[in-house]
Design a protein around this ligand. Structure first.
Ligand code: VG1
Ligand code: CO
Length: 567
């Protein structure tokens, strides 16, 4: 094949957000749009690092992925990349990409040093919906701000991109290696099984035998909803083939380009089918719900965990996993190096860290900040309120890992109960946790696709006396993070109000939307008294919600009387 230098010009708005560049498909398919971003990334990495490299290209399989993969292969060849690895049919979950970068050895003994991940995560897919691309580094984690800033800078001055137009399209549906000859020698595309490396890693972390016993016990029942996302490519292999779950326990586990027309977002609003099966929604089927249910987002890095008629908040989930990891999960049997959460995530994890005397870190929103802590050996388990949980086995959050962690805890707590005795349920585990550590009531309000610029001042004084049943504000600030490993500073990470009783209000702008602005309002209230930890969460939080809405003049500024989504 030959190399063509195509002239191009900068296109506005190619700034990567919290997790890569996400836009409508209509935007991505404009001439040169994808090409500019990919060349800007190669240039940011530097030609020296790109030449001779082995890179992974795959994603959640959403609409436009297959075309994008062929374009990236042709551009990689032209930029002197030696090998491209593609998961079969272009499918790899975000956590699997991270695992592949860190663990996989190619058929010729090669190892990869980075990846283009094609996903817009939990955003809908299809010709009128979203597409996205992000770059992950050699540690398996998202590119740090230094690189994403450089990529953006490059998109603003780009003049040409390199592409091998005469390289034929590669058949990504068949496993195997295709070799081509270019001006700089051989170029290979290796298509490999999407699940094998990830399954192998999971088997090295968890005790599959004890989970299999739990899943095959007549006392236990299980349900997993991939919401038509890429998790489906892993669910059958892991839950059915390895762990003996019944095939009927898998919902929506065939990956689809448009996620069946839905939002592949694992929360109580969008995972409707699962929520009904678990006896939680209004549309409960009348049948006895399973003991355990879980869902994933489009790229399978998020998870929602449910018990029978019971919702586990993600902030509680990471705290409970941290509290039980050492006993229940072989990978952690040597102890936890530390734990971390993102700033808006509730302080449930803080209480566990304090009680167990663990190192604790509070980082800005987005997974890239956890990576540095993990690379430095300072953090084992971490999580976000936005249905993201994970550990230092990779450098992304990991939806199936979180499910296996919960199944491990259930298996451990029920070791003696499966043959005789009463099953310890998800709800039992959570209520027991609250009784020991106290409960953090928590909710998040999202106001999506706003057209106006929103401003909240630090007006601590205003809150006093708004309601007598809400405690006093003791501190208000804009969260700023200094990375303890490399000293880098991230500013403007959200406005916080901290109350005397440990309650918090946080306001921040989303960095993952594809149009307009989204405000997120996070509301949290701590209750230590074990007799008061069993209340309905929206009811318990009502006074604080009222204060938050008044304080921020939310309705006045946004023109919205209610949020788009509550989680
Ligand atoms: C959201 C979540 C954040 C998460 C990010 C990426 O970001 O709030 O916690 O890390 O999505 O998740 P933002 O900036 O919109 O609040 V994913 O599954 O979209 O990669
Ligand atoms: Co995701």
């Amino acid at each position: 094949f030959s190399v063509t230098r195509k002239p191009t010009a900068p296109i506005d708005g190619q700034k990567p957000g919290t997790s890569g560049l996400r836009k409508k498909v209509k935007v991505f398919i404009q001439p040169n749009y994808l090409e500019n971003f990919v060349q800007a990334t190669f240039n940011a990495l530097t030609a020296e690092k790109v030449r001779g490299a082995t890179l992974v290209v795959s994603g959640d399989g959403r609409y436009y992925s297959k075309d994008a993969i062929q374009i990236i292969i042709k551009m990689a060849a032209a930029n002197g990349v030696r090998r491209i690895w593609v998961g079969q049919n272009g499918l790899l979950s975000t956590p699997a990409v991270s695992a592949v970068i860190r663990e996989r050895v190619g058929v010729d003994g090669s190892r990869s040093s980075g990846a283009f991940i094609l996903t817009a995560s939990h955003n809908p897919g299809g010709p009128n919906e979203d597409f996205g691309i992000k770059y992950n580094m050699e540690n398996g984690g998202p590119a740090p701000e230094g690189i994403t800033d450089k990529i953006y800078e490059n998109t603003q001055s780009i003049k040409e991109y390199l592409i091998s137009e005469d390289l034929p399209n590669v058949d990504i549906s068949a496993i195997g290696v295709s070799s081509f000859g270019g001006p700089e020698g051989q170029f290979d595309v290796e298509v490999f099984d999407s699940a094998s490396d990830y399954v192998k890693l999971m088997k090295s972390i968890f005790d599959f035998e004890s989970i299999r016993k739990l899943l095959s016990s007549p006392k236990f029942s299980f349900c997993y909803d991939a919401l038509h996302g890429v998790a489906g490519a892993y669910a059958k292999r892991i839950f059915v083939e390895e762990l003996s779950a019944q095939e009927s326990s898998l919902l929506n586990c065939v990956p689809k380009e448009d996620f069946g027309g839905g939002h592949p977002d694992p929360n109580l609003t969008y995972a409707k089918e699962l929520v009904a099966r678990m006896g939680l929604g209004k549309s409960s089927s009348g049948q006895e719900p399973p003991e355990f249910g879980a869902a994933a987002d489009g790229d399978a890095d998020r998870n929602m965990v449910l018990g029978k008629r019971f919702f586990v908040t993600p902030s509680d989930s990471v705290a409970i996993i941290a509290a039980n990891a050492v006993e229940a999960i072989p990978y952690f049997s040597g102890g936890l190096k530390g734990v971390a959460r993102s700033m808006p995530t509730s302080a449930a994890l803080d209480v566990v860290a304090k009680n167990l005397n663990l190192k604790f870190f509070e980082v800005p929103t987005g997974w890239k900040f956890f990576g540095n802590l993990m690379d430095a050996g300072m953090c084992s388990v971490c999580g976000e309120e936005s249905f993201g949980t994970g550990s230092d086995h990779i450098r992304e959050k990991d939806g199936i890992w979180a499910v296996l962690a919960w199944l491990s805890i259930l298996a451990y707590k029920n070791k003696a109960n499966l043959d005789s005795g009463k099953l310890v349920t998800v709800e039992d585990i959570v209520r027991q946790h609250w009784a020991t550590y106290g409960r953090h009531y928590y909710t998040r309000y999202d106001y999506e696709v706003l057209v106006l610029v929103f401003f909240i001042g630090i007006q601590c004084r205003m809150i006093k006396g708004v309601r007598s049943d809400v405690s006093k504000v003791v501190h208000g600030d804009e969260f700023e993070y200094k990375d303890p490993v490399d000293g880098s500073i991230s500013k403007h990470q959200g406005i916080r109000y901290l109350f005397e009783d440990g309650s918090r209000l946080v306001f921040r702008l989303s960095g993952t939307g594809s149009e307009g602005a989204t405000i997120r309002l996070y509301i949290e209230q701590y209750e230590k008294d074990p007799s008061k930890t069993g209340r309905d969460s929206q009811e318990a939080l009502a006074p604080l919600v009222e204060v938050a809405l008044k304080l921020s003049k939310m309705q006045e500024f946004t023109g919205r009387s209610a949020p788009t989504v509550i989680t």
